[in-house]
Design a protein around this ligand. Structure first.
Ligand SMILES: C[S@@+](CC[C@H](N)C(=O)[O-])C[C@H]1O[C@@H](n2cnc3c(N)ncnc32)[C@H](O)[C@@H]1O
Length: 204
């Protein structure tokens, strides 16, 4: 019998079901070697004492890799408890040193402060303008004054739906437009992600 949770927002139910039913090799966004995220974090937050939050962390390989690169103030947040359970299993002994938070980015109070806010493939799911504004306000309130946001969204060449949900696709100019009231642009580029089954997905 599958675990049931009542009174959850639809998005939480969706992600909980994804992580309860689909193995990692079936998740299009799976990235075993998060080279670009690590390069950007090492470039803009080289101090191993930097406080780093990965939002919508899922069962990502990033926090484990950052731990292996010497970072020790690591946190991850996700709406799905099942995702966090899978992440703990992946992290093994490193899990004890990493703070994991179950929370919804659309209702959470300010977090941190953090020196790095990392988001890969989460912001683009917020297709309502009010949700986008809520997200930007939360990030601004959670990032320390000299901190950085490292963000990857679907690019204009990326798919219109991901994980069965509609996404908003962003160019670097679009992202700057969304975040410019609170953040200054430092770097923008495109990353072509290979899904576990070998198709390409483009991210900004
Ligand atoms: C496409 S996955 C990306 C996971 C991870 N960032 C990666 O690159 O492997 C999107 C993640 O965002 C989480 N998520 C979706 N909506 C959320 C919300 N409102 N608050 C927190 N997490 C959310 C999902 O549970 C899922 O783990």
């Amino acid at each position: 019998m599958s675990r049931q949770e009542l009174g959850l927002p639809d998005s939480q139910r969706h992600w909980q079901e994804v992580y309860e039913t689909r193995p990692g090799r079936d998740l299009s966004w799976r990235q075993e070697d998060p080279v670009l995220s690590i390069a950007l974090i090492e470039r803009f937050a080289p101090d191993r004492g930097s406080r780093i939050l990965d939002v919508g962390v899922g069962e990502s390989f990033l926090l484990g890799a950052l731990y292996d690169h010497g970072y020790r103030h690591l946190s991850g947040l996700d709406i799905s408890a099942a995702a966090l359970d899978r992440l703990v299993a992946r992290l093994g002994h490193r899990a004890a040193a990493i703070q994991l938070i179950r929370g919804d980015l659309l209702t959470a109070s300010p977090l941190g402060p953090f020196d790095v806010w990392h988001d890969r493939a989460v912001f683009h799911f917020f297709t309502e303008e009010s949700d986008q504004q809520r997200y930007v306000s939360l990030a601004a309130a959670s990032v320390a004054p000299a901190g950085v946001l490292v963000l990857a969204t679907s690019s204009p060449e990326g798919p219109e739906q991901r994980s069965g949900l509609p996404v908003r696709r962003y160019s670097a100019v679009d992202l700057n437009h969304e975040f410019c009231r609170e953040f200054e642009p430092l770097f923008a580029g495109e990353e072509v992600h290979q899904t576990p089954w070998g198709s390409s997905q483009s991210f900004t």
